[in-house]
Structure formats: structure tokens, C-alpha cells
Design a binder for this molecule. Structure first.
Ligand code: URA
Length: 433
């Protein structure tokens, strides 16, 4: 089979065969085709889309491109959650210890930052010593022992997605429904969990900008999961403004810990309770109301925080950073953004805030780039808040002072000040089950 023929076929808008799709996924996984040809095909898929048949075949081929996780050695119910990606989305760091402390085991593979969005693996690596690259035995061993293990896509699980994910990030081919659905669901199928909750983000900071497109993505992923015999639900949640108050890797770990201590912002805490309750409900822990109560009491009792610290220690990290998150690094330089006029924050465009954060060094421009774990943005004001001229809206952190200029301009473009308070939006927009 010839990769140039496959690129041409997709470029010209034709449907690829099962064999061609498998060739694409497998040669991305074993790197037998150069990055530039894989990237060209990604762009052709981005521009011309895929039929449902192609998308199912791509998901299946990616899931089979390496090993599949055998979680049978982990006792009890295993659950997984996955977000389609947002700005300030640190929910995995909160939801996973909540449900794990309630008795559902989480053995989960997470990703790095993608486009303007952050990734759980990058966030966790901002905890000194924390290892996300684990052998299969370590992964299942830790999950069985403590009930919580989050690893990167190391080893042989879904190597096709590992490659495609990094190339999509570097080639602006992320926002494609079939590429997102196959990327997420191949990992979920190879990941082996019994119950899956998908957090499909919708709005300016999400890859899906409208509820209709988020619903389409959610529907397709739920169908793929159900077809594979999983208990699965998708929540469509708002990502028009950043989630919580911190954006950037170690800042988000800090905020996740504050939330587990009961000091989180309302939007972030509520979303984490909703996601946790849905996982517990799918796992058979009672009605949604009962599961919400269980999730809340995991925060109030401190058991979820203890669970996070335990798993951090088992993965080589220092649990002191969880009990005392002020130890986490903040970049050396800071810049305060002040309001140029008085009024209400009418809109804070999450995409622009995410890009601004990436410009500070918190994200990658090329797939080989290293990231500045301490870089990021702390929001003092968010959409709907009143602000007076001269008040600080946000504080930016970076290890390179030269990066502030462009990042500040980008951030300032994200904020609109209006005379009246904008209508409040719920965090949960829809549930697809
Ligand atoms: N998360 C993933 O794992 N893949 C995507 O394509 C988008 C979000």
C-alpha cells in the first residue's frame, strides 16, 4: 500500500477503505511513514472529514495499534473519565480521587496539552518526582493497591494516537470531529474500564464551539462506547470561559488541591461533583442524588485529598506538595493585568486566554518543546464579575519576561467589559446517555 495514494484519495474527498485506514494508523504507530506524510493525511481528513464508517474503522485500528490494557488484575469496578479539552480544565485531578475514595477504581491514561488546551499528564508532571511513564505492571499494580493511577500514553497502549495527537497539536489539525472522537475512544477502548464518563466541552475555549457540534461528537462517542459494551455517558459542559481561576500546569494542580480541600470556585466544584456523581451512578453506587452526596462528603471528609496524596507518592511524587500546594513552583516573573475601565466582565474568551497562557511558556509550539510548569494565569475576575478601572483582573506568570508582551495583548483581547451583568450560564448543558 502506498501512503501517497491514500493522501491523494482523501485530499480529493473519497472514502478510505478499512485497509487504507489500518495502514495509516499502524504506520503512524510504528513510524514507518514520515511525519510530513502523516501530517498531510491529517490535514486532508481535517479538511474533508470522514464518514461514520471511516471514523469507526479509525477508532478500531488505533485501539489495535498496540496492546490493550488488561485491567482484570484490578479488583472491583474500573471507571474512566475523559474531557475533550478545555482551558483551566483540571477536573481529572479532582474527580479521579473523589470517585476512587468512594470505591471506584481509576486506572487512566491521560494526554499532554493539545492546541490551546492543557493536558493532565503535563499538570501531574509539575509535581516534582511524579512519573507518568509506567510499565503495565506498575500501572495496574498501583491502581489495584490504591484505587487511583493516572499515566501517560507510554509503552504500547494506543501508539497510533500518541503519534497522531502530537502531530495534530503541531499542525493545527485538532478541531476535527472524527479525529477527536477516534483519538478519545481508541484510548477508552484500549484502556479497558467498565464505565466511562465523557466531558464534552462546548464554547469558545473548546474544540466544539456550538452545542449542536458538541452533541454530534458526544453522540458518536457514546455510540462507539456502547457498541463496545461499555457503560457510558457524555456530559456537554460549558467552556465559553475558563474553568476555575487558574490556568497553567502547577497553578492548576494548586487549584485542584484547593478544590479537594473544599476551597474551590463554584463552577469548578460543581462540575467535579456532577462528573463524579455520574461515574458513581454508572458504577451502580445509587441514585444521582445519593452519588452527589457521596462525592461531596469525599471532599468534606478529606478522603479524596488523602487519596490523591497516596497515588502521587506511589507514582514517585512527593505528597508534601499535595498537603502543602504552596510548595509548587510559580515562574519567577509576574505581570498584573488591570481593568482599563469600570463595568462587568461581559465575556472572557477562553480560547484567547488559553493561547495567552501557552504563549507564556505553559504550552508547546512544536511537539519537541519543553514546557514551563510554573507559567500560567491566575484570574481575579471572571465573566459576570464587577470590576473597577485599575483593579487587577489577572496575574500572569512566566520564567521568560520577554514572553509577556504578546501574551498580555492576547489576554487583553479576550476580555470585554460591559455596562450590564451578562446572563449567567449553567455549567452543565446536556447529558447524553
Ligand atoms: N482529547 C483527546 O484525547 N484527543 C483529542 O483529540 C481531543 C481531546
Amino acid at each position: 500500500m502506498n501512503i501517497k495514494d491514500i493522501i491523494r484519495k482523501k485530499r480529493d474527498g473519497y472514502e478510505l477503505s478499512k485497509d487504507e485506514i489500518e495502514f495509516f494508523a499502524f504506520s503512524a504507530a510504528d513510524e514507518s511513514v514520515p511525519d510530513y506524510q502523516i501530517s498531510a493525511l491529517l490535514m486532508a481528513i481535517y479538511l474533508n472529514g470522514m464518514t461514520d464508517k471511516e471514523m469507526l474503522e479509525l477508532t478500531d485500528a488505533m485501539a489495535r495499534s498496540g496492546d490493550t490494557a488488561d485491567l482484570s488484575g484490578i479488583s472491583g469496578i474500573k471507571a474512566d473519565k475523559h474531557s475533550t479539552g478545555g482551558v483551566g480544565d483540571k477536573t481529572t485531578l479532582i474527580v479521579a480521587p473523589i470517585v476512587s475514595s468512594c470505591g471506584v477504581k481509576i486506572a487512566k491514561m491521560s494526554g499532554r496539552g493539545l492546541g490551546h488546551t492543557g493536558g493532565t499528564v503535563d499538570k501531574l508532571e509539575s509535581i516534582p518526582g511524579f512519573r507518568t511513564s509506567l510499565s503495565t505492571e506498575e500501572f495496574t499494580g498501583i491502581a489495584d493497591k490504591c484505587g487511583l493511577c493516572i499515566a501517560g500514553q507510554s509503552g504500547r497502549l494506543c501508539p497510533a494516537d500518541k503519534k497522531l495527537y502530537a502531530l495534530r497539536d503541531a499542525t493545527e489539525t485538532v478541531e476535527s470531529l472524527p479525529l477527536i472522537a477516534s483519538s478519545i475512544m481508541s484510548k477508552k477502548l484500549a484502556g479497558g474500564a467498565d464505565c466511562i464518563v465523557l466531558d464534552v466541552k462546548c464554547g469558545s475555549g473548546a474544540f466544539m464551539k456550538t452545542v449542536d457540534s458538541a452533541r454530534e461528537l458526544a453522540d458518536k462517542m457514546v455510540k462507539i462506547g456502547r457498541g463496545a459494551g461499555k457503560k457510558i455517558a457524555a456530559l456537554i459542559t460549558d467552556m465559553d470561559s475558563p474553568l476555575g481561576n487558574c490556568i497553567g500546569n502547577s497553578l492548576e494542580v494548586w487549584e485542584a488541591v484547593q478544590t479537594l480541600k473544599g476551597n474551590g470556585s463554584d463552577d469548578l466544584t460543581e462540575l467535579c461533583i456532577i462528573l463524579s456523581a455520574k461515574i458513581l451512578e454508572l458504577a451502580g453506587f445509587g441514585s444521582n442524588g445519593e452519588c452527589r452526596k457521596a462525592a461531596r462528603s469525599a471532599i468534606e471528609s478529606g478522603s479524596a485529598l488523602k487519596k490523591l496524596a497516596e497515588s502521587v507518592e506511589l507514582q514517585g511524587g512527593n505528597p508534601d506538595y499535595i498537603y502543602n500546594p504552596d510548595l509548587l513552583s510559580k515562574a519567577a516573573y509576574k505581570y498584573e493585568i488591570v481593568a482599563k475601565e469600570s463595568g462587568f466582565i461581559g465575556h472572557m474568551d477562553a480560547l484567547k486566554v488559553g493561547s495567552s497562557c501557552s504563549m507564556l511558556g505553559a504550552g508547546r509550539q512544536k511537539k519537541e518543546d519543553s514546557i514551563d510548569f510554573g507559567a500560567g494565569i491566575v484570574l481575579n475576575r471572571k465573566t459576570g464579575d464587577r470590576v473597577k478601572k485599575g483593579e487587577i483582573i489577572a496575574v500572569m506568570y512566566s520564567s521568560d519576561e520577554a514572553l509577556f508582551e504578546d501574551a498580555v495583548l492576547q489576554f487583553e483581547e479576550s476580555v470585554t467589559i460591559s455596562d450590564s451583568k451578562p446572563a449567567e450560564k449553567p455549567i452543565l448543558l446536556e447529558i447524553i446517555e
